[in-house]
Write a protein that binds this ligand. Structure first.
Ligand SMILES: [Zn+2]
Length: 61
């Protein structure tokens, strides 16, 4: 029997907001006719406090 995946949020370490984005590469997937994320990089930006940040993972109850 498989266990359900644990749900989490990624939050800004400065203000705790979840309005954070990471720098990434997208690659065209011809089969699905959509851009898909190929690689996610360490650079993160918080759109709540408008600065570069790091993200921390917090579990969702
Ligand atoms: Zn922030």
């Amino acid at each position: 029997m498989s266990q359900p995946a644990l749900r989490c949020d990624h939050r800004c370490v400065h203000c705790g907001a979840t309005d954070v984005t990471r720098e990434a590469w997208a690659q065209w997937d011809s089969r699905h006719q959509a851009w898909t994320v190929r690689e996610v990089f360490d650079f993160a930006f918080c759109h709540a406090c408008h600065r570069q940040t790091r993200v921390e993972i917090s579990p969702i109850d």
